[in-house]
Each structure stands twice: as structure tokens, then as C-alpha cells.
Design a protein around this ligand. Sequence first.
Ligand code: OAD
Length: 243
Amino acid sequence: MNIVILTGAGISAESGISTFRDANGLWEHYRIEDVASPNAFRQDPELVHRFYNLRRAQLHVVKPNEAHCALAELETAWLGGFLLITQNVDDLHERAGSKKLVHMHGEIRKLRCQNCGTVSYHEADAGLGTICNMCMKAGKMRPDIVWFGEMPYQMDLCHEALGTADIFIAVGTSGQVYPAASFAAKARTNHRNCKTIEVNPVPTGSQDFSRSIADRATRAVPELVKSLLSQNSPPSSINSSPS
Ligand code: OAD
């Protein structure tokens, strides 16, 4: 049995990271077009850097929660295929121990050089004075974030996994941003009778989910993981005859 999990800002909300579209979410305080688009960065790079510097600094004071940890535990114990796709740019999944992980919208702890393309880890604040360690140019480093209008990372891998998923679980995402918003439909129609499950205290109402768990991630995800692990079985093997 192959599992694909998609997470969004809601899984990190109980760790203290604001979501985007809930009341008091980030997009109530900032305009997407001012901080999260290539054009915004061209117009006011320092403002964009400041926005992401705040998010990067916050990583030092937040910790993975029970939902991140339960997904890491599921990955380790699951005997079938597994892929965790996150829209989040924080590092809470990897700090919880997740390894089969795609950061489709990039990572806040990385910068990308617009001159030579080098991607590097960066813990401190970034700005126009930040120098690329590879080409040594200043003024060319941008947050390694996929902005509106840009192509998310590792889409081939995501689509391949969705095409062979038997269970798809979306945790803490509003389903407002494509292509992630189309993943449940892709899994549901992959001809494997894929179960599609949503975990969200405010269910999205999408018809693409066969089950909706209206609860917060730290409560629902550990329970779901427990139930999945009770059905854990190796992939159907070549030699399946009884001994
Ligand atoms: P949103 O802010 O759009 O949605 C967060 C979802 O999490 C909402 O549906 C909430 O109901 C739900 N939620 C809140 N608390 C929760 C909890 N404790 N447990 C479970 N769910 C909870 O965030 P995303 O769907 O992740 O992109 O947003 C998708 C993309 O839009 C982001 O990756 C970002 C943003 O613009 C970029 O910046 C490129």
C-alpha cells in the first residue's frame, strides 16, 4: 500500500507558526503581491528579504509537534511506498525526522543565487549585501521560495507518487493554491481506488475527499497514524504462496 501525504500551514499552526488564510493569518498582514512574487522582489528586494528573515528567525523558537512526529514515525514503520509532500517552507518535518520529503514551495532556510543558481543553507538574516559563496556576487541572493507564478519543485516525483497512491492524506491545507489543490483529485482518480482523507478543523468541503476528519492535526494525525500502522503490511510480493 502506498501512502502520499500533503501538508500545509495548518500542521505547523500548533507549533506557533501562523497559517496564511485563517483569521490573523499572514495574508491579513501582508499582501501576496508585495512579498511573494518575482515582481515584488524586483521592486523591493529588501522588503521581501525582511518578510522571509522574520520567518527564518522564527524557526529558532518553534519545535515540531505531535503531528510532525507521528508522520515521521509512519514513514519509518510503513512497509509500503511513502512520500510526504509539504507546501510549508519551515523545517519542522525534517526536524521531526521525516526523510522522504518534498518541499514543493521551497525552504526558508535556503537562499538561491540568481547569478549562478547555487542553493545554499543560510541561517542568518539575508539582504542585498548577502554574498553568494559560489560566485561571490552580492545582491543576487533570493529566498529559495516558490513564489506565485513560479513552478513548484519536484512535480514529476509528486505526480508519479499520486498516480500510484492507495491512501492520500491532506493535513492542514485550505486547498486554495494550485497545483497542490489538485492532488486529492489526482489521487482519487488514479484507478487504484485510492482513499482520500482530509484532516482539518475547518473541513474544506472538497468532494475529492472520501473522509474528512474535522479535528486539529496534533490530535487527529497521531490517531490516524496509529490506525494506519495497525493495517501495515509489506508490498504484495512475488512469492505470496502460503508456506
Ligand atoms: P492556508 O493558510 O491557506 O490554510 C491553512 C489550513 O490549515 C486552513 O484550512 C485551516 O483550517 C487549517 N488549520 C488551521 N489550524 C489547524 C490545525 N491545528 N490542524 C490542522 N489544520 C489546521 O495554508 P496552505 O493551505 O498551506 O504558498 O497554503 C498554501 C500556500 O498558500 C502556502 O504554501 C503559501 C500560501 O500562499 C506560498 O507562499 C508559495
